[in-house]
Design a protein around this ligand. Structure first.
Ligand code: GLN
Length: 476
């Protein structure tokens, strides 16, 4: 049951009557139920079978869209009309969306089937999915460990075969880091390639929507379907992957930045990444050592700028406009204070306070303005590098999945996990997590490829090369 390599093979099987779409959806619903303890979903949509019926008919009639029967899980910070949208926060408990986000709408227009909404860190703030009001998401490889965050539910839904693909959001690594911890592909597209309309804003100049999948061809398919200019997001851009297919004749040149292989990187991960490099070397890929000298400032810059943006974005949750309101208070100011105090969790409050601090008049120049300048320097590091290389290869995370509870009392330690992923968001460039096998203690290891703006096709080209050497890199 459900044995297919990727979506195009699945569609082939459905067309040849070898696979019923209704059975397929029921299989996933059943798998979600059986894996409830992973806590990957906040909401399940049993009406997905109804959609499967309609779409099966469309496939028979030859009127189905490009994603006909693709079963998708959606992170619970993306709007779907009339469905809950909680961002895994108490403050949005019982809130339902009034409209559908552009990315989801585009999938639905191509006859994808939405199976449910996935658990995530509260308002996408976190690296372990432990800040969710719905509780932590467990790692399917070891249930005592975290799934990664903030899109942990989406990563687990794909890793545990509870859907075909999933959507997540990535502000500083929230697609790539959980993808790495759970052994699946996860792409953060170029900022602006996918419309943010209907994505609950965390840090608007960083947020990107992207796919999770078990194979690179499904990543490519979903990206192509959700991309494009949208009148509802002035930062969105029209450039489809299918319009820029990579037909490569010359050697691929990949940069290895020293700064990503230093202190703090787990030796086992380092060895596995080096093994990939050695194997790719045999496939006409050239490697050069490069430097991204401002990397050490990425985390500080990221946390100053994103908390500043978050403190502004989250001011709309005041107890009056959305969701939760503290009970029994007659004074307006107290109602705001109490609704926010009771509605938000600790991590979200920490970010709002940090963001308000760095934006306050006495500290704006020292923190916010400085961080804006460093952001530019980090971007310049990448501009310089991409004059010399096509892609940059790094580990995705410094460690494999850690234990639930291990870092939750130490926010700084938690933030350090984002060291390799935040630079891509600061620069707006695309970055992909590629699973490269298991560590000695049987936990997934991930590798990251970064490309220049709108160069996703190069990421896909390299990922396909890596698929060819899978056997060699999977040995432990
Ligand atoms: N872990 C990072 C943070 O906590 C990234 C979050 C994200 O990408 N949404 O901010």
């Amino acid at each position: 049951m459900n044995s297919y390599k990727n979506f195009s093979e699945k569609l082939e099987k459905v067309r040849n009557n070898g696979l019923s779409l209704i059975d397929n959806v029921e299989f996933f619903l059943d798998a979600i139920e059986k894996n409830k303890d992973l806590n990957a979903f906040n909401f399940i949509f049993p009406d997905a079978t109804g959609a499967a019926k309609k779409i099966s008919q469309k496939i028979k009639n030859g009127t189905a869209g490009k994603a006909a029967g693709l079963v998708v899980a959606i992170k619970d910070n993306l709007a779907i009309k009339d469905k809950p949208l909680t961002c895994s926060s108490k403050i949005l408990k019982d809130f339902r969306s009034l409209y559908t986000s552009t990315a989801v709408k585009k999938l639905l227009e191509e006859d994808a089937i939405i199976i449910g909404k996935t658990n995530c860190d509260e308002f996408a703030m976190g690296s372990s999915n432990e800040t969710s009001a719905f509780g932590p998401v467990k790692n399917p490889y070891d249930k005592t460990r975290v799934s990664g965050g903030s899109s942990g539910g989406s990563a687990v839904a794909v890793a545990a075969n509870l859907c075909d693909v999933a959507l997540g959001s990535d502000t500083g690594g929230s697609i790539r880091q959980p993808a790495s911890f759970c052994g699946v592909y996860g792409l953060k597209p170029t900022y602006g390639r996918v419309s943010r309309y209907g994505l609950t804003a965390f840090a608007s100049s960083f947020d990107s929507i992207g796919p999770f999948a078990n194979n690179i061809s499904d990543i490519k398919l979903v990206l192509d379907l959700i991309s494009g200019k949208d009148v509802n997001d002035s930062t969105s851009y029209q450039l489809l992957i299918s319009e820029q297919n990579e037909t490569r004749t010359k050697t691929l040149k990949i940069g290895i930045p020293d700064e990503y292989f230093g202190e703090g990187l787990d030796q086992g991960i380092k060895i596995k990444v080096e093994n990939v490099i050695n194997n790719l070397n045999k496939l006409n890929v050239d490697f050069v050592s490069i430097s991204l000298p401002h990397t050490e400032y990425a985390i500080a810059t990221y946390y100053i700028l994103t908390t500043a943006e978050a403190s502004s974005n989250l001011s709309r949750y005041d107890g009056a406009r959305y969701g939760f309101r503290a009970a029994g208070i007659s004074n307006l100011d107290d109602m705001y204070t109490q609704s926010r105090s009771q509605g938000f969790g600790t991590e979200v409050k920490r970010r709002i306070m940090l963001g308000t601090y760095v934006l306050s008049s006495g500290y704006y120049d020292a923190y916010y303005r400085k961080a804006q300048k460093v952001r530019r320097l980090l971007k310049q590091d990448f501009d310089n590098a991409f004059e010399k290389v096509d892609l940059i290869l790094t580990p995705t995370t410094p460690t494999t999945a850690f234990k639930i509870g291990e870092k939750s009392d130490d926010p700084l330690e938690m933030y350090l996990n984002d060291i390799y992923t935040t630079p891509a968001n600061l620069a707006g460039i695309p970055a992909l997590n590629i699973p490269i096998g298991l560590s000695k203690n049987n936990l997934p290891v991930g590798m990251q490829l970064m490309a220049n703006l709108f160069d996703e096709s190069k990421l896909f080209y390299a990922a396909q090369l890596i698929e060819k050497i899978k056997e060699n890199i999977n040995e432990r």
